[in-house]
Design a protein around this ligand. Sequence first.
Ligand code: ADP
Ligand code: GN1
Ligand code: MG
Length: 377
Amino acid sequence: METKKIEEVIEEFDFAGELTECIPYGNGHINDTYRLTFRVGEKVNRYILQRMNKSIFTDPVGLMENISGVTSWLKKKILENAGDVKRETLTLVNDKEGSSYYVDKEGEYWRVYLFIEGATCYDQVKNEDDFYQSAVAFGNFQRLLADYPAETLHETIMNFHNTVDSFQKFQKALSQDVCGRAKSVQEEIRFAMDREELCHTLVDMQEDGQLPLRVTHNDTKLNNIMIDDKTGKGICVIDLDTVMPGLSVNDFGDSIRFGATTAAEDERNLDKVSFDLHLYETYVKGFIEGCGKALTDMELEMLPMGAVLMTFECGVRFLTDYLEGDHYFKVHREGHNLDRCRTQFKLVKEMEEKLSEMKAIVQTTWGMTFVLPSGFI
Ligand code: ADP
Ligand code: GN1
Ligand code: MG
């Protein structure tokens, strides 16, 4: 059924040559991703085909407008820097009607990107320099989009990183307890409940203007960046579904929660999971370098809190999905979302204990990269 569907979708795009392979691809939790290979004479062309997750992204047309806008913008900047536009940003392939997406008979939305060759997405930090390079690339991404007309961006998921809202959704899932799972996760529920107040920290600072809204990526985990196999540089930021106005500290924080750890996001053995302060420092250096002087003193001061809160929010979202019966994140085994929640909460606890060290690292790094602002931290 799925093969037939994919063949039907492929027909709607103008690919040259003969399809020689179509395989499910990558480890994303949201979209259905396939890698297509076509042979044209001696040449091989590869593409990424994605069915967008319509239940999560309820305005796929607005989302595609965002992606077209942002990639065209980046393309211009890459050309100005004499870069390689086919590798340094995503390139959409239009369907036969000239549209950047195709809607099938069932109303599902599909899109195609050129496959970025000679680069890899990592699910865990294997090499410290990859993490550093990803930080520079995410920082650069924010800098390159600093003057993008933010008002033209659609909010592809309402309240996406509003931690207060995420907490409320968790409370609702808990009170409904549709799967009867709450009784078995009392420890995690308590951990979340103890931090209800904390959820307000960054949301309040944004609301009262202490933290500026910027064009941000909002899903800055390591496997959303392509690292060049030869140069080791963070060549391309991918997964642009959630680019919208947001907080720089959240972009920073999401990378830390995924990368500055000794284990995978879904590691079952919690003894293996630990917050890695050295990797944190590595990322701080790259991010500060990538953002340049764009960050305000307050943003710099709140970077560590961004890490705590993005990790907490993500843990809460995994727990909510577990309570609701795993309908949001893709799961590959029983208890998968609960395992993910537990790694996040363990990291939160360790980050809370190391918060003053985390702050000192930002301060020292900034001081070494630029001149320390007066009254900082
Ligand atoms: P999700 O939202 O489900 O995470 P992504 O857009 O991140 O979907 O894609 C999933 C995976 O597919 C990525 O982690 C990456 O490995 C791979 N991928 C996506 N786009 C490309 C591309 N243009 N070139 C090569 N690999 C890609
Ligand atoms: C999802 O799409 P993907 O797999 O890159 C999620 C992020 C979570 C992440 C946890 C749109 O990211 O918010 O932090 O899983 N994306 C969406 O790994 O909800
Ligand atoms: Mg992804």
